[in-house]
Design a protein around this ligand. Structure first.
Ligand code: T46
Length: 134
């Protein structure tokens, strides 16, 4: 499945705003793990890998960053700059996280626990796996 944006439906009133995310509803999988990236810097790109099985939703809850996604044929870029907007990335999509604003915080909800065997960390290996799949 190609990456897509999810409207996280902010609840705003005079006190501020709240976003609630429910696994299997707001995001299209049960959430098994949550992690977040912080102390990020515009000079320090991250990612540069794909996952074989993992599904994730990324939300830039503070600041902004650019997420480049690549299915082995086409590259596409998303600017994440709103805490009420999530980016779904499914399996077999190469991702690069670029241009973090100073102090940006990227929250990630994941469908699986962490396992290094799910990562493809070489772009050539990624292309070979995608092409072998047809
Ligand atoms: C992804 C993007 C959006 C853990 O021990 N547990 C975890 O749950 C994660 C995600 C990472 N780690 C360890 C593995 C490395 O030693 O934390 C270190 C940094 O991980 P990594 O270099 O993979 O970080 P990013 O920011 O390049 O990528 C992360 C996720 O790993 C990845 O799944 O899609 O964020």
């Amino acid at each position: 499945m190609e990456p897509f944006l999810i409207d996280l439906k902010e609840k705003r009133d005079e006190r501020g705003a709240l976003v609630a995310i429910e696994g299997g509803d707001t995001v299209p999988f049960q959430i098994a793990r949550v992690y977040y990236l912080y102390d990020t810097s515009p000079e320090r790109d991250r990612g540069f890998h794909a996952h074989r099985e993992l599904e994730q939703v990324l939300v830039c809850v503070h600041g902004s960053c650019e997420i480049v996604v690549d299915d082995g044929r086409f590259r596409r870029s998303f600017d994440l700059a709103r805490p009420d907007c999530g980016l779904y990335i499914g399996p077999n999509i190469w991702r690069e996280m670029l241009r973090f604003s100073q102090g940006a915080v990227l929250l990630v909800m994941a469908s699986m626990h962490y396992t290094e065997s799910d990562y493809i960390r070489s772009y050539n290996d990624f292309l070979a796996e995608v092409r072998a799949r047809g």
